[in-house]
Ligand binder design. Structure first.
Ligand code: 5GP
Ligand code: MG
Ligand code: MG
Length: 172
């Protein structure tokens, strides 16, 4: 039986997301901001973050598949849902659930640069640093967690546990 150990409560997440949203509201006060969520894991984080940012923001989603084992990503990525908004000249924040190896973010930031935005930054719910292979400049991170496989608040294992309001460590 898989075992779930509580790591972050819904209340802790709510407070941290609100604090990060305040920073973003301040940093992008007079800007044309586009939030781009990475499906599926970031969908709940995106909804909470977008509603806490004071300025009006545009919202879009992309989806990336990577080949390799299910809990790590290999170096090969493909966009399975492209961006639909035109981001030329816009300030973009990529909203991601977890930055782990960093390979997905490297792929995405390279892709976004080809679309001529004014700026691209990363906002991650979790910065999981222990397995980092590619340096990633994460401008906004709600939580830094060294290791472990996390579920809840949008994060799944085999499509399970996404709808849990808190974040848990999953032990096999
Ligand atoms: P990367 O290794 O490319 O930085 O991360 C790839 C993706 O793997 C993350 O965006 C996330 O969707 C998934 N991932 C990495 N660590 C975890 C984890 O602890 N739990 C879950 N559910 N997904 C993870
Ligand atoms: Mg992800
Ligand atoms: Mg997943």
């Amino acid at each position: 039986m898989a075992q779930l150990t509580p790591l972050l409560s819904a209340e802790e997440i709510e407070a941290k997301v609100a604090a990060v949203a305040r920073e973003i509201s301040r940093d992008y006060k007079d800007s044309d901001l586009v939030l781009v969520g990475v499906l599926n894991g970031a969908f709940i984080f995106m909804a909470d973050l977008a509603r806490s940012i004071e300025n009006s923001v545009a919202v879009d989603f992309i989806r990336v598949s990577s080949y390799g084992s299910s809990d790590t990503s290999s170096g090969e990525h493909k966009l399975t849902k492209p961006l639909e908004l035109d981001i030329e000249g816009k300030d973009v924040i990529i909203v991601e659930d977890i930055v782990d190896s960093g390979l997905t973010m490297k792929f995405l930031t390279d892709y976004f640069q080809t679309l001529s935005p004014r700026s691209v930054e990363i906002c991650a719910m979790i910065d999981k640093s222990e397995r980092r292979e590619m340096p990633v400049d994460i401008k906004y991170a709600c939580f830094r967690v060294p290791e472990g496989f996390l579920v809840g608040y949008g994060l799944d294992f085999d499509e399970k546990y996404r709808s849990l309001p808190g974040i848990y460590t999953l032990q096999p």
